[in-house]
Design a protein around this ligand. Structure first.
Ligand code: ATP
Length: 630
């Protein structure tokens, strides 16, 4: 399904909807597993090879170290010769240096690979997410996706950056260690192999419990963090309702809860330490006893016993490490699967190959503003610029309800058409279809006679400039926020757009003028100022079709005048479709379309509609404050 296992419950009807079928993921087949991220490792083949070499060298050095210990004791200490001792120590130190340098290289290379691959995966996911249609984000909430990406990639990072190398190293140590042990002393090896489970199983048991509690502990800490950020984000609400005491108590309850979980974890960890020391040291004691008897009887040397102990510890350590990382590897396989699902998700909105035809010249459009070329052919002059033909649309999340029903209308180049209708009539949805956030299930939207689905998606969206009701602003400078519409615009061009949209003056009055950061969600601007920023953006985009969604919230007379003047400037020479909430807009429109419950119920001018359409008359009375006698 489209859901990345985020939303478990889905309405059954969605599966029967052919449109929605396109948005579903084939998560059931070809489970990718860990090898799915091999393509991400491919560019770093050399580093992988170097890391493997370092891995083999360190494992070899570690295994040889046991023999080094034996040599040190038997040839160095037991022989009583200082020269032999020095020689043995040199060999031992050589191995230690090899092990140290090898470990340095292995650790650096493997961790580097983990970080590098995860950085690439994060970039790939983000770039891919940006291409998905809005319907995908209705099925999968962005905040869930965000936390998924963060936790899944962090898990992958730890697996690529450490667990995999631990698994490889431990396997080498395990096999190598057992071979050394068997060659050295068959009977002691058998004793060891019997002892290992007695040590490893309890350690694993407590280890698992510690891990599980660590996860709970993390969750509790996340809860505390969430609570904290909510309270601080809404600090004005907290203080206005004098809610401080209550919030303080709830916060301290959350902190105490986190503390209680941590104490449980610490206790298990302490048990783990106790068991590990008792069991492993008892095991060593048992072997020392058996081995010591053999040393006394002369069957083996003291060096033999010491190196035997060394290899036993290596083998037990490898077994423990392997069983620990196996769980990690499994979890990482799940994480990889989810990441791959996300990367394999295809947008249901696909662009075509056709170039967008040039917009026919408008008599009122100044030459400088018509950037998409001019087409003067008689055919271009007569074909409407925009046509909706029998358009029926249902949102993918509500496949049974048609939001737009059999819409038919055309707009000529340069025309201004106002859309009017009660809340929920489908006005904004119409804009979403024009922007191709969704495609209609039935009918076509045409531009200069061609279905907009045949156009390259980016090129088509370049033809439209949207001035939304709520202007989305980013926590960046004013220049960056304006430049959002046109990344190539120079500072001069940006300022001239701000002047045209009557935004320049208030921008100049901000602390750092155009360099002022607007704060999260542009909180530092008033409604009218935000709208003028949106208008400046549309000017910068310089698209032939304007989609205006007028703000419903009332502006004071001065702001209203500024916004209106800016809009009039913007509309010159463009084809405009406006969701109208102001009297001035409907009066200035060439035509008004009245929408109700997804259907066009009337079209005409303001005065015509007042006569012919009861719904329009009622809306005019309510929305525009227009006395019905007018
Ligand atoms: N993403 C969505 N998923 C499902 N249904 C939606 C979605 N967006 C809007 N709708 C529904 O579609 C219908 C039309 O909504 P739309 O926003 O187009 O109306 P509108 O005429 O613009 O209303 P308003 O003037 O209040 O903005 C409403 O019933 C709404 O609940």
């Amino acid at each position: 399904m489209t859901q990345l296992d985020i939303n478990q419950e889905k309405p059954a009807s969605r599966d029967q909807d052919p449109h929605h079928q396109q948005t579903t993921l084939d998560s059931g087949k070809d489970k990718p597993g860990l090898n799915a991220f091999l393509p991400f490792l491919r560019p770093y083949r050399l580093q992988v090879i170097y890391a493997l070499i370092a891995l083999v060298i360190t494992a070899g050095a570690m295994l040889s170290l046991g023999k080094g210990v034996q040599f040190l004791i038997d040839s160095g200490l037991a022989s009583g010769s200082e020269a032999d001792l020095t020689k043995a120590l040199w060999i031992f130190m050589g191995l230690v240096i090899l092990l140290g340098v090898g470990s340095f290289c292995r650790f650096f290379l493997v961790s580097w690979l983990g970080e590098r691959v995860v950085a690439d995966i994060r970039k790939a996911i983000f770039a891919h997410l940006l291409t998905l249609s809005p319907s995908f984000f209705e099925d999968n909430s962005p905040s869930e996706i965000q936390s998924r990406i963060t936790s899944d990639t962090t898990l992958l990072q730890s697996v690529i950056g450490s667990s995999l190398s631990i698994a490889l190293r431990s396997s080498l140590m395990l096999v190598g260690g057992i071979i050394f042990l068997l060659v050295m002393h068959f009977k002691l090896t058998l004793i060891l192999l019997v002892c290992v489970p007695f040590v490893v199983i309890p350690v694993l048991y407590f280890g698992r419990r510690v891990r599980r509690l660590s996860r709970y502990s993390q969750d509790e800490i996340a809860n505390v963090g969430r609570y904290l950020s909510q309270a601080l984000r809404h600090i004005k609400v907290v203080q206005a309702f004098t809610h401080e005491k209550h919030d303080e108590q709830r916060f301290s309850a959350a902190v105490e809860q986190a503390f209680a979980v941590s104490v449980k974890r610490i206790l298990q960890r302490s048990w783990l330490a106790l068991m590990a020391i008792l069991l492993s040291m008892s095991g060593i004691g048992i072997m020392l006893w058996f081995g010591g008897k053999d040393v006394i009887s002369g069957a083996i040397s003291a060096g033999d016993l010491a190196s035997f102990l060394f290899y036993s510890i290596v083998v037990a350590g490898a077994v423990t490490a392997l069983s620990e990382v196996m769980g990690e590897l499994q979890r990482a396989a799940g994480a990889t699967e989810r990441i791959m699902e996300l990367l394999n998700e295809r947008s249901v909105i696909v662009g075509g190959q056709q170039p967008v035809p040039a917009v026919p010249e408008s008599k009122s459009m100044p030459e400088s503003q018509n950037t998409v070329g001019v087409n003067n052919s008689p055919e271009a002059q007569t074909t409407p610029l925009l046509t909706l033909q029998d358009v029926t649309f249902r949102y993918p999340t509500r496949p049974t309800t048609a939001v737009l029903k059999h819409l038919n209308f055309s707009i000529q180049q340069g025309e201004t058409v106002a859309l009017v209708g009660p809340s929920g009539a489908g006005k904004s949805t119409l804009f979403e279809l024009l922007l191709r956030f969704y495609d209609p299930q039935q009918g076509q939207v045409r531009f200069s006679g061609q279905d907009i689905k045949t156009f390259d998606l980016g090129a088509w969206r370049q033809q439209l400039a949207l001035v939304p009701q709520e202007t989305a602003l980013f926590d960046q400078s004013v220049t960056d926020n304006l430049g959002y519409a046109n990344r190539d615009a120079s500072e001069n061009v940006i300022q001239s757009a701000a002047k045209q949209s009557n935004a320049h003056e208030f921008i100049q009055r901000l602390d750092k003028a155009y360099e002022t950061r607007l704060g999260e969600d542009g909180v530092r601007l008033s409604g009218g100022q935000r709208q003028r920023i949106a208008i400046a953006r549309a000017i910068l985009k310089d698209a032939p079709i304007l989609l205006l969604d007028e703000a419903t919230s009332a502006l004071d007379a001065q702001s209203e005048h500024m916004v209106q003047a800016a809009l009039e400037q913007l509309m010159i020479g463009r084809t405009t479709l406006v969701i109208a909430h102001r009297l001035a807009t409907v009066l200035n429109a060439d035509r008004i379309i009245v929408l109700d419950q997804g259907e066009i119920i009337a079209q005409g001018t303001h005065s015509e509609l007042l006569e012919t359409c009861a719904l329009y008359k009622r809306l005019a009375d309510l929305q525009f404050g227009e006395p019905s006698a007018n």
